[in-house]
Ligand binder design. Structure first.
Ligand SMILES: CC(=O)N[C@H]1[C@@H](OP(=O)(O)OP(=O)(O)OC[C@H]2O[C@@H](n3ccc(=O)[nH]c3=O)[C@H](O)[C@@H]2O)O[C@H](CO)[C@@H](O)[C@@H]1O[C@H](C)C(=O)N[C@@H](C)C(=O)N[C@H](CCC(=O)O)C(=O)O
Ligand SMILES: Nc1ncnc2c1ncn2[C@@H]1O[C@H](COP(=O)(O)OP(=O)(O)OP(=O)(O)O)[C@@H](O)[C@H]1O
Length: 489
């Protein structure tokens, strides 16, 4: 692309050296810079990549964008100085890739819990209706049938534009994107033009990063404010009426609001909900009238997620009657209250609950059909929000027997994580088992016929992070193995 044309979108403070005529790629990682590329320096939480411009130039970068004067050999690369390189990244990436988000039907989903589930439901229902759709979030980026890993739930500003352009290049004109509070707070979504944005809920998580619930809530609110002021485009904010942040988010968005609820009068409401071990049924009250829903997703929290997904797609223009049919045909989302079907006298579920609220909801979802005990195993990670640990155990205490374990210890001592969680326990029927495989084995060993077992915290994740290395790990595989050992005779 012509460099002068690309840079015309930037408020440049100073230029040193001669700008290259053309650039072929943009990078924010010096290790990935290529011939004729732009390298954008940023001050990160861990490193300041203004220290890495030399490596980028050695890798071929012909233009460096920075916030300060650097000692660059101007025969090798030019230097452009701007006020804020994160903003410059978003502005340049948008222009470089041709503002792809304006050409796609883009759904964004935010909230403490339910983002993966709701984006998956939106994506899968779009596909059921014959539309091409991409998906990005905790599980990675799914473009057509290709699955690309991603290190964040919400990618950085540059990667987002690249993914969106990639989708368009593959004739994919819909995308469902998980939007994290970190992503919003760090401007990873700047310039991403969403059509429908959806809020699931806001409960305790990530206070190591956001400090207070207010700050956390305001970070999430950016998604609704960022729908913009251009009312020529029809955009929608789909909001959970039962959440305390409903009124705030409603007030920050200039776009039309569509509400959903289990309790309040709303555009989409679920009534007569019935919970079963392998399905959920309810009556959907919506602008099209009353519709019967039967779905393979379990628990009240998934009724909320289903309402959120149906309301989002209705806002986009798909009739509710069709959406009800689609949702009935979908399997549960990987690792989200996913039943493990084995020839055993117990019922077993894998769940990704790793916040206090999610634990409460996970437990709630099996109580309606509980016959004997509920055994609940849950872990949390090291070097992350330690404030939520006792609150997680407190919620887990609602189970008859609790096993506290670890998800990803990282560099933290397992005993410290377990001790923090243990402080919240409300009864004595529990065990501390740091090794996750042993914890699963213990749960099965102490189980009796008609018990329900929930293995929470890891969901579908296929690894365990110890120090900074990812080791293969699958709750599901271990549950299946240990279940055979316990019950096959
Ligand atoms: C605290 C935090 O959010 N950190 C994010 C931040 O990292 P950072 O600022 O530390 O980056 P850095 O390592 O200092 O690097 C700064 C720049 O130098 C560059 N660099 C680095 C090394 C080098 O040799 N050369 C070089 O050019 C890097 O490419 C980067 O552009 O920017 C990175 C790029 O966008 C993110 O990957 C990273 O997320 C880390 C991995 C992370 O764990 N974040 C969590 C807290 C997070 O964002 N979680 C949410 C999900 C929350 C939920 O579950 O709801 C998410 O969206 O993932
Ligand atoms: N709407 C909801 N309300 C409360 N809890 C929920 C809701 N949806 C899911 N959960 C719980 O949270 C867990 C994670 O669900 P999901 O992956 O969909 O959320 P998420 O927001 O994407 O989380 P993360 O960003 O951490 O991956 C589920 O396994 C379930 O226990």
């Amino acid at each position: 692309m012509n460099t002068a044309e690309l840079l015309s979108s930037l408020k440049i403070k100073q230029v040193f050296g001669t700008l290259p005529n053309e650039i072929t790629t943009i990078h924010n990682d010096s290790r990935e810079a290529e011939d004729n590329s732009i390298f954008i320096c940023t001050r990160g939480f861990t490193v300041d990549s203004h220290d890495f411009y030399q490596q980028a130039i050695e890798n071929g970068a012909s233009l460096v964008i920075a916030e300060k004067k650097l000692d660059i050999d101007l025969d090798k690369a030019a230097l452009v100085i701007v006020n804020d390189t994160y903003k410059a990244t978003a502005i340049l990436a948008n222009r470089f890739y041709g503002y792809p988000s304006t050409k796609l039907n883009l759904f964004g989903v935010t909230g403490t819990n339910g983002k993966t589930t709701v984006t998956n439901l939106i994506h899968s229902m779009l596909k059921k209706g014959g539309r091409a759709s991409a998906l990005s979030g905790t599980i990675g980026v799914q473009l057509d049938n290709k699955q690309l890993p991603s290190s964040n739930t919400t990618c950085d500003a540059l990667t987002n534009q690249k993914i969106l352009k990639n989708a368009l290049d593959q004739d994919i004109d819909h995308m469902a994107m998980e939007v994290s509070s970190h992503g919003l707070a760090q401007g990873r979504l700047w310039g991403v033009d969403f059509d429908v944005v959806t809020f699931t809920n806001l409960t305790h998580d990530h206070l190591d990063y956001h400090d207070t619930m207010e700050q956390y809530g305001y970070a999430k609110g950016l998604l609704f404010a960022q729908l913009g002021q251009d009312l020529r485009k029809t955009k929608y904010a789909v909001l959970n009426h039962d959440d305390a942040w409903f009124d705030t988010y409603k007030s920050v968005s200039a776009a039309e609001v569509i509400s959903y609820s289990l309790n309040a009068d709303s555009d989409f409401k679920a009534e007569n909900v019935e919970y079963h071990p392998d399905k959920t049924t309810f009556t959907l009250l919506c602008p099209e009238g009353r519709l019967d829903v039967t779905m393979n997703l379990l628990g009240e929290f998934n009724v909320y997620n289903a309402l959120a997904a149906i309301a989002s797609l209705y806002a986009y223009g798909i009739p509710a009657e069709r959406l009800v049919k689609y949702i009935g045909e979908l399997p549960p989302v990987n690792g989200r209250m996913e039943k493990v079907d084995m020839d055993a006298p117990v019922s077993m579920y894998i769940d990704y609950a790793h916040t206090p609220d999610a634990i409460e909801k996970s437990i709630d979802s099996v109580l309606p059909f509980k016959k004997n005990r509920l055994i609940f195993m849950v872990g949390t990670g090291g070097d992350r929000d330690e404030y939520k640990r006792p609150a997680m155990a407190e919620k887990a205490s609602r189970a008859d027997y609790v096993i506290l374990t670890i998800n990803d210890p990282r560099f933290e001592k397992s005993e410290d994580i377990l001790r923090d969680m243990e402080k919240g326990m409300k009864h004595d029927n529990y065990a501390l088992v740091a090794d996750r495989k042993e914890a699963i084995s213990h749960a099965l060993q102490v189980s009796e016929p008609d018990d329900i077992l929930i293995f929470a915290g890891k969901g579908q994740e296929d690894y365990q992070i110890i120090e900074d290395t990812k080791y293969p790990h699958s709750d599901r595989k271990i549950v299946e193995e240990q279940c055979l050992l316990r019950y096959s005779r």
